[in-house]
Design a protein around this ligand. Structure first.
Ligand code: PLP
Length: 417
């Protein structure tokens, strides 16, 4: 039997416990949705004030140089680089993950077409975050070159599809948004490369959640959100990383002036910038992008291995407590128990998942719901402790024992679920 006192003890001995003070969280809320929208770093307010009143208010247009707004996409990119195993100058922050996928997909397809035009298959996961599939479909329709999308359901299917040696590009989520399944980056890169493919990693549910080394594992391309585990703020622009071996090999098709070699020459034709800046497109949302630093700086003051180790203990605790306290209530765990394949959230399937999540939110436990029937609880070790997990599971137990989820108001679907 696990007790609340044990959880208290683990909290007291937690080397990361003080990081919670860096976040502004509402009282009486246990926030288990930092994998969807990260909590607000306290510093974001002073940073926003500085950008709005000083940089914009006082220095006006001079801030492009004076505050180096121009360099912000690569400055923030270089900070994120340390969390993903990249060197300086390889990562840029810009646009959304969705748009960035379009850019790197185009790049990868073009590189492959230049070396082996017979490769016409693009692989994605059936269970991918749907925007990835939509973008691949849209891209294939746009270019009209006979590419086909093949959806796979497992690593075994990935392997058997690759064996035909007609795969150009593979797009995979490093950690699956629904189940939390976590790929071994080195193994998968090796497998895809052995069969002549290029790989794009979607890091949305892994950056800031698990340690990784894009360079050492010989990855090709990566994209990912900054508003999830990195706590960059709602809709903050996304990261894009390219292995330097691919960087100057092609142009990306969203060839806007910000990716031009000399934007202020106002030249009449496009010449891409050298290096990662060619992935920029138009003028960046400076306010939103500035705030990413507040979130990333907290990570830089912490330690990714400690974060991983605490994340695994927290997800273990969640799984064990659900077994101990809620075994009668028909929750089916769909997150892998194997550490090698577990990300930083825990998901359960339940027929009444949607209503249960609504009843939990009313009790101050914020998780979320994903079709079909999945309750998802994000674990963010910088601001979630062991007692939080204990208390959350007790609330789940209450909701189930008293059948609170049956109340009519919990059946109503909002525009965003
Ligand atoms: C959140 C998420 C996205 C969506 O990114 P946008 O910011 O909406 O472009 C894409 N892929 C995965 C795996 C995600 O979790």
């Amino acid at each position: 039997m696990i007790t609340r006192n044990e959880c208290l003890d683990w909290d007291q001995h937690d080397p990361l416990k003080n990081f919670k003070n860096d976040f502004a969280l509402p009282k009486d809320v246990i926030y288990l949705d930092g994998n969807s929208l990260g909590a607000r770093p306290k510093k974001s307010l002073t940073l926003a004030e500085q950008v709005i009143t000083q940089e914009w208010g006082q220095d006006l247009i001079n801030s492009w140089n004076k505050a180096d707004w121009w360099g912000l996409p690569t400055r923030v990119g270089d900070k994120i680089a340390t969390l993903i195993g990249a060197a300086a100058g390889e990562t840029v922050v810009s646009d959304s993950t969705t748009v960035n996928l379009f850019k790197v997909l185009s790049a990868a397809v073009q590189i492959q077409a230049d070396s082996d035009a017979q490769r016409k298959v693009i692989i994605a996961e059936r269970d991918a975050f749907p925007t990835d599939i939509y973008i691949i479909e849209g891209y294939i329709d746009l270019i009209q070159k006979g590419y086909v999308l093949k959806l796979i359901d497992s690593v075994a299917e990935l392997e058997s599809t690759l064996k035909h040696n007609d795969v150009a590009v593979v797009v995979l989520s490093h950690v699956n948004y629904r189940t939390g399944y976590f790929y071994d980056m080195a193994d998968i890169n090796r497998l895809v490369h052995q069969h002549g493919g290029l790989l794009i990693w979607d890091l949305c549910h892994s950056v800031g959640a698990v340690p990784m080394d894009l360079k050492k594992t010989d990855s090709d391309f990566a994209i990912g959100c900054t508003y999830k585990y990195l706590n960059g703020g709602p809709g903050s622009p996304a990261l894009l990383w390219v292995n330097p071996k691919h960087q100057n090999q092609f142009k990306q098709p969203l060839s806007g002036w910000w990716g031009h070699q000399k934007p202020f020459d106002m030249a009449q034709s496009y010449t891409p910038a050298e290096g990662i800046r060619r992935y920029l497109c138009g003028t960046q949302p400076i306010l939103s992008m500035s705030l990413i630093e507040a979130g990333v700086d907290i990570f830089l003051a912490s330690d990714m291995d400690q974060i991983r180790s605490k994340s695994l203990k927290l997800t273990d605790l969640f799984i064990d407590l659900m077994q101990q306290e809620c075994a009668d209530h028909e929750f089916e765990l769909i997150t892998p128990t194997d550490y090698r394949h577990r990300g930083s959230h825990v998901s359960f399937r339940h027929t009444h998942g949607y209503a249960i999540i609504q009843a939990l939110i009313a009790r101050g436990v914020i998780g979320d719901y994903r079709e079909p029937e999945v309750l998802r609880f994000g674990v963010t070790p910088l601001y979630i402790g062991y007692c939080d997990i204990w208390d959350a599971v007790q609330q789940i137990k209450q909701v189930m024992q008293h059948e609170e989820w049956k109340a009519p108001q919990y059946q109503i679907r909002g525009q965003v679920t």
